[in-house]
Design a protein. Structure first.
Lengths: 473, 232
């Protein structure tokens, strides 16, 4: 298998960044144990029933996505909002950039949005002179660091408080300690001031409700609620699949989302808004734009990967994944890391660029079992590998030959037994004390960290006749 | 590769009244090729397996991931092959993982073994998550006379083997197995037991490289201890 040097380079860099790895292990460990406690409190059986229900809701929406999109758009328009249906990321960026120009916007405040990261919104807005500020604490930390999120729900998981203190001290007038309350206090004060005098507010979207045109945003800091209240012009960006039929389904999804993501019973702020302020309202935006982004999603409809659109971006597959826990999020290369990223990146951005991620997994299945909406993530990773080999025919030559040889050998008893005898003979120079510690590729990398047992003097099929004869006598 | 494990499987099953055969011609369930995306090549070998065991009443598989491959992989492989689909289904229906067979089919929870040692158990991913066999091996272990069974913290976490993953991305794999080994050492166990030889090869390989004197055994080898009589 050919691994793009880029990925190999990225994960090697990650493996040598000990501060990052320590922070990621701490962060994922905490989220995962909190999730486990939340499930225990609910009871496993009820949790499974919750997942079944959530899966059914998401499948239903995805299978009727055209109808629900239509209903959502009509309701947003009816509520006095504007809608942009963006086929690509560029289209979405252009719509928002043009809007910022039209409004002569100088100051733009954002709440957390993975789709905005996906379409590279901030650099485009900054290029035309807007000051964009992230108001989610984690997003703000990585904005100060000039980095991208490394986790779907905890974008700055890879940073420790000492690194955060350095970043904050660079913008703080007074010297801050490395104590967490001190750092949070500073962020709170600093960001509070930014909420006043914003020209455009941008939020992400956890779920949009088709029957009312309402947008739901979940935050633990309340920043999205302030943005949706104080912005004269409000923009919400959403992936086209993030729809639910009505409030009824939202109830289930919110309790599932919070428990899966952080182990909370409910996220602290669950904000629902329907866009522009009504005549008698005291606050709320004068203008509302809902930007619905396709960017590769619709091409998955009707394919064997359709179910990946069930995803509600809780991040629990990341915390469950042994690979993610040991390399962090940036090594994956694109905006979505972990198992969901290993599936989404090649599907959205192309196999050529990200097909290698289908191999960045032990196929242990922990992701599939962590997923609240039952996406068979590890089955999709198998399928992606199979696509690479049999559909795109981009398997590495040596491996293609190896597996041809393997099937010819293992489909025949005599050839198999011959190869066993040969292997036993050729391992001879490598064996010391019934162990192999050094060897040629492809086992050389394995042997860097581990010993391998030598092949036994006799295989089981070679002793079976003895065992069986003893029995018969 | 692990002939001793095979011997123990035979001993334990015969001692518990099972009439065994080892049909010639069996080789591999096809997991390595399947996991690497080579379904065509896997199908050739899988058909051979189905043929070889056509006349067997039940098939016992002493490796969790091989059993999971047959249960989960074969239906995928033959989904669009009307001729082989039913044959594959018949085969799948009679395949059991070793501990699953003893507990669920034979209805035995104590095989009469004695093993007075401190033991911990690693739950292999494919066996637990895909095949759904979780408690059976632990039930059997806990009923071994004299055994001091200690739960392994994070027993359900992957050991990092992942087939070719452990060669292609050996450094990530090594980081994962290191966590596993640290957790095993922390239990103070003398013996690590598992039901999947590839996990055990990986974990054992790291223990060996670190020079840790914890013995690595397949469940069948533990269940074969101390019953005295040879069942051959």
């Amino acid at each position: 298998m050919h691994i793009e040097p880029s990925f190999r380079k990225r994960y090697h860099k990650a493996l040598s960044d000990l501060a990052m790895l320590k922070a990621v292990k701490l962060g994922t460990g905490r989220l995962r144990s909190q999730r486990a406690k939340a499930i225990e409190a609910v009871g496993t059986e009820r949790w499974m029933a919750f997942r079944d229900r959530a899966e059914a809701i998401r499948l239903h929406v995805i299978q009727h996505l055209d109808q629900y999109l239509d209903q959502l758009v009509n309701n947003v328009l009816k509520n006095g909002g504007h809608v942009c249906l963006a086929k690509t990321g560029e289209e979405a960026v252009k719509y928002i950039s043009d809007l910022a120009k039209k409004k002569n916007a100088k100051s733009i405040l954002k709440s957390k949005s993975m789709v905005s990261e996906e379409i590279h919104l901030n650099p485009a807005l900054e290029k035309q002179g807007c000051k964009v500020i992230e108001s989610d604490l984690g997003e703000w930390i990585i904005q100060l660091a000039g980095e991208t999120p490394s986790h779907i729900i905890a974008p700055a998981m890879h940073k420790n408080r000492f690194q955060v203190a350095d970043l904050f001290n660079a913008v703080s007038e007074e010297k801050l300690t490395t104590e967490i309350p001190d750092l949070c206090g500073f962020a709170r004060k600093y960001l509070r001031e930014k909420f006043l005098g914003i020209d455009i507010g941008i939020t992400g979207c956890n779920f949009a409700l088709a029957d009312s045109g309402a947008v739901t945003v979940c935050t633990n800091e309340g920043n999205a609620r302030i943005i949706s209240t104080l912005s004269p012009t409000l923009v919400t960006i959403m992936g086209m699949e993030r729809i639910l039929p009505s409030l009824e389904e939202l109830t289930i999804m919110l309790s599932l989302l919070a428990r899966s993501a952080t182990g909370q019973k409910l996220t602290v702020y669950n904000t629902l808004f329907t866009g522009v302020r009504n005549k008698d309202d005291l606050d709320g935006p004068q203008e509302f734009h809902l930007v619905i982004v396709d960017n590769g999603r619709s091409k998955l409809l009707g394919t064997k990967y359709e179910k990946v659109l069930n995803c509600i971006r809780c991040g629990s597959c990341l915390n469950a994944c042994p690979v993610y826990r040991n390399i962090g999020g940036h090594a994956y290369g694109w905006v979505y890391p972990g198992p969901i990223g290993a599936v989404l990146s090649p599907l959205y951005q192309g196999m050529e660029k990200y097909g290698e991620l289908a191999y960045a997994t032990t196929l242990c299945g922990a992701c599939t079992f962590a997923c609240p909406v039952k996406i068979p993530l590890h089955d999709m990773l198998y399928a992606l590998r199979n696509d690479k080999i049999e559909l795109e025919k981009t398997g590495e030559l040596a491996e293609n030959i190896a597996y041809k040889g393997w099937s010819a050998t293992f489909a025949s008893m005599s050839r198999y037994r011959f190869s066993v005898r040969m292997a036993r003979r050729f391992q001879f120079p490598l064996v010391k004390a019934e162990k192999i510690a050094y060897g040629p590729p492809p086992i050389s990398d394995w042997l860097k960290h581990r010993d391998m047992p030598a092949l036994p003097k006799k295989f089981f099929h070679e002793i079976w006749p003895e065992i069986n004869n003893d029995r018969k006598e | 590769m692990y002939a001793d494990v095979g011997k123990s499987v035979v001993q334990v099953l015969r001692r518990n009244g099972v009439d065994l055969d080892f049909p010639e011609g069996q080789t591999c369930c096809g997991q390595p090729a399947f996991s690497s995306g080579y379904y065509k090549e896997t199908t050739i070998v899988a058909k051979k397996m189905i043929e070889v065991f056509e006349s067997s009443e039940k098939v016992v598989i002493p490796s969790g991931s091989c059993a999971a491959m047959i249960h989960h992989g074969y239906p995928t492989l033959f989904a669009n092959d009307p001729l082989w689909k039913t044959r594959a289904e018949d085969f799948v229906a009679k395949c059991y993982e070793f501990s699953q067979f003893i507990v669920d089919i034979l209805g035995i929870t104590d095989v009469g073994a004695t093993f007075p040692k401190k033991v911990t158990y690693h739950s292999s991913c494919h066996m637990t998550r895909i095949l759904g066999v979780e408690e059976q091996p632990k039930i059997l272990l806990k009923n071994v006379k004299g055994i001091d069974f200690i739960e392994l913290p994070y027993a359900f976490d992957c050991c990092g083997f992942g087939g070719t993953f452990s060669m292609k991305m050996a450094d990530i794999s090594a980081a994962i197995v290191e966590e596993k080994v640290d957790n095993i050492i922390a239990t103070g166990a003398e013996v690590l037991v598992g039901s999947d030889l590839t996990c055990l090869m990986n974990i054992g390989g790291r223990l060996s490289r670190r020079g840790v004197a914890i013995q690595v055994m397949h469940l069948a080898q533990v269940l074969d201890q101390g019953s005295g009589k040879n069942a051959y």
